[in-house]
Structure formats: C-alpha cells, structure tokens
Design a protein around this ligand. Structure first.
Ligand code: COA
Length: 392
C-alpha cells in the first residue's frame, strides 16, 4: 500500500450550542470556511488538486443535511470535480472521515482527500429534529436508544467512579483549557467568521459578520463549586452539566495526500494516520468504548500505551473518561492526556469531534515534540474508536 500523509489539520473554535458565538452561523458556513482555509494554508496545494471531501456529521439533517460534504465543498468554491460525502458514526464521524480519506489515498484510489467534520448542535440538536426509533425494537431493546447521560451514570455506578472524582477531573479540564488559551497554545484554531442578524431601523434584518478566535465554553471551576451543581440525568446520580461535555458548534478539516502527490507539489507532510480501530460494546455503557478501542489500535500498530506521547480521549463525560484512563493503566501518564483540556471545557460538537481532536492532537504533538498521538472517543449506541497519529 502507498504512504498517505497529513499536510494540514485545523479547526474552528468550539462555541456553545444556542448561547455561543456561532449560534446564528449555519453549519454550511462553518464547514465551507474551514475547508477553504485548509487548502489556502497549504503551500503548493490548490482546490483543483482535491478529489473528495469526506465530512463527518452526527445528525445530517435540516441545515446540515442534503449531503453537507458536497454542499460544503461547493460553498468553499471548490471546482465541480471535487466530490463530497457525509460520514456518520456519531461521535467518531470526523475521525472516521479521516480514516476513510487515508484509506482511499493508501489504496491508490485518490491522490488528495480531505477528512473533515462539522456539527451545529444549535441548528440540529442531539437526537435530530424528528427522531423516530423503531416502534417494536425500541420496546424490546430500549437500551439501544438510551440517553447518553444515563450511560454516563451507569459507568459511574457500575465501576465506582465517585462524584468527587468526576468534579475534580472536570475542574482540571477547565484549568488546563484556560491555561492553554491564555498561553496561546491552541495553534490549531483558525479565527473564523461568524454571523449575526441585526435588526435595522426599517424592521428588516441585516446579516453581519464578526470574527471568533477562541473556544467560548471555558470557565473557571473548582471541584467545590462543581460539587454544588444538581445532577441532570438521575435523581440520586452524579453526572452534572459541569462534569459532562458541552454541546457545541464547530468544524475541522485535515488534508491527506499521497507521498507521490506531496513530492510532485512540494507539500510538507506533518503527520500520518498509522492505524484506526473501532469496536462495539454494550450500548447502556457506551462510555467504556475507548477502553477497548485503544488496546485494539495499539495492537494493530505494534505499539503499547508507553509509546504514546499525546492522548486525546474525548471527555463525553468525566465518569467514562476516568474509567477508561484507569482501565487502560495510563493514570501514570496524566501529563500526556488531554493536555489542553477536553470536551468538558472545550465542547463536543459530535460529528466534528474526531476531526477537531485530530487537529488538536497534531498541534500538541508538535508542541511537546512527541512522536505518537492517540485520538479516541466513545460513541452513542455502544462503540469506541481510536486512531494513532505519528508526527513527521
Ligand atoms: C449536561 C447538559 C444537559 C447540560 O446542558 P445545559 O443545561 O444547557 O448546561 P448549562 O451550560 O446551561 O449548565 C447548567 C447549569 O450548570 C452551570 N454550570 C455548567 N458548567 C459549570 C461549571 N463548569 N462550573 C460551574 N457551573 C457550571 C451553569 O452555569 C448552569 O447554571 P444555571 O442553570 O444557574 O444557569 C448538556 O451539556 C449535555 O447534554 N451534555 C452531554 C452531551 C452529550 O451527551 N454528548 C454526547 C456524548 S456521547
């Protein structure tokens, strides 16, 4: 198989659903901007060289329906020959898109493909606008459609993850994110145009643009303060708004090119996807997914947990992140895990998350001059996914 190299990986800021800075910015605007910017920032590459856009999206309907992979490419001004697809594996959709793009290039079926992701949880809420679970199956197997928050409670209860541990983990995520923001370490973020509709004197509305250059969900938190929040999903539970991932809007893009195309155009490889794995688990404790996906991908790559310099383990909920870290035996490497915070502070824009965390992982590998990084997440319905990246 051929070599496939990542030559660009960037993201928009992540902004809070409904109340954040992207609340009036449509998902097509986010994805088309990040696609165009990814190409513009890659010296030697033009949109003409792109063959396909694989775009992760967890709820591809409404404003992010109608094949947002293709709509995004066209709104980005890419030529007609650039095809586009929407990829859905819920929370790993963006990573899946990067894996599919890489596989295509490695197989020799394409030269340059973008693996991307977008989710506006403002425009299309989690679950979609009109969820219609199968009438009989949802009665015989209600767990298959279970609320994500209940799965987090199940993980906390079954594996003894206390409320205090979750709140400490959450406060730490917020602290790391605030420190990284203040030190300007989110180098993978591209200042992104956002829109608002401003009422004019004559009663009409004018669309006005403004720039957003930072994640807007980071807040100062202490374990004590978080300990006062009420639980959201269960009366005697432990999962709160403070120790859950934030619901967020955002987009991200990674460009993958063949070794041959890199040489022809003079593109500079920055990383490569070494291996990718998915695995299924019980849907009523879907948060355990990374605990199984990470060993699987490590085995595929012939590596161990000790070889990994940067872990980006999506913080869907503190309970499941703590459980996975513990079971993987990587508590000794807390200084390598989500070094600039995770989704509790930075948000989890579902189908974008895999591509967002890839951009973050590569930036963090560059910062610490590490070699291998893992991007992993649990997935609604009961799955885990993990990808290993190597910095070049
Ligand atoms: C948990 C969840 C329902 C909370 O949503 P929300 O109610 O909109 O959250 P908010 O940001 O409004 O926070 C609720 C309250 O907690 C407070 N709060 C949230 N985070 C806090 C923090 N870090 N420190 C202190 N207070 C905090 C807010 O100020 C707010 O207080 P208020 O009601 O007095 O205004 C939502 O974030 C969620 O569903 N997360 C999980 C998403 C998910 O399942 N993703 C898929 C995973 S597989």
């Amino acid at each position: 198989m051929r070599d496939a190299y990542i030559v660009q990986s960037i993201r928009t800021p992540g902004c809070k659903q409904k109340r954040g800075l992207f609340k009036e910015t449509r998902p097509e605007e986010l994805i088309s901007f990040i696609l165009k910017t990814a190409v513009d920032r890659t010296e030697g590459l033009t949109a003409d060289d792109i063959e396909d856009v694989m775009c992760g999206c967890s709820f591809p309907e409404g404003e992010q329906g109608l094949n947002i992979g293709r709509v995004g490419a066209q709104m980005a001004g890419f030529p007609d020959h650039v095809s586009g697809a929407t990829v859905n594996r819920f929370c790993s959709s963006g990573l899946e898109a990067i894996a599919l793009a890489t596989a295509r290039v490695k197989m020799g079926w394409s030269e340059v493909v973008i693996g991307a992701g977008v989710e506006s949880m403002t425009f299309v809420p989690m679950g979609g606008n009109t969820p219609r679970p199968h009438p009989e199956f949802s009665k015989t197997d209600p767990d298959k459609y279970i609320s994500m928050g209940i799965t987090a409670e199940n993980v906390a209860n079954r594996y003894n993850i206390s409320r205090q541990e979750q709140d400490e983990f959450a406060a730490n995520s917020q602290d790391k994110a605030a420190a990284a923001r203040d030190k300007g370490l989110f180098t993978e973020i591209v200042p992104t145009p956002a829109y608002k509709y401003v009422e004019q004197a004559d009663g009409t509305y004018k669309k006005e643009m403004f720039m957003v250059d930072a994640d807007d969900g980071i807040r100062q938190s202490t374990p004590e303060g978080l300990g006062k929040l009420r639980t959201v999903f269960a009366v005697n539970g432990s999962v709160t708004a403070g120790n859950s991932s934030q619901t967020t809007d955002g987009a991200a893009a990674t460009i993958i090119a063949s070794k041959e195309k890199c040489e022809e155009l003079g593109l500079k490889p920055i990383a490569r996807l070494v291996s990718y794995a998915t695995v299924g688990c019980r849907s009523d404790e879907m948060g355990v997914g990374p605990r199984y996906a990470i060993p699987k991908v490590l085995e595929q790559a012939g590596l161990t947990v000790d070889d990994i310099d940067i872990y980006e383990i999506n913080e869907a909920f503190a309970s499941q992140a703590i459980y996975c870290i513990r079971e993987l035996g990587i508590e000794k490497y807390m200084d390598r895990i989500n070094i600039h915070g995770g989704a509790i502070a930075l948000g989890h824009p579902l189908g974008c998350t895999g591509s967002k965390l890839t951009a973050t992982c590569i930036a963090n590998l560059q910062e610490v001059k590490g070699r291998y990084g893992i991007v992993s997440m649990c997935i609604g319905g009961g799955m885990g996914a993990a990808g290993i990246f190597e910095r070049l």
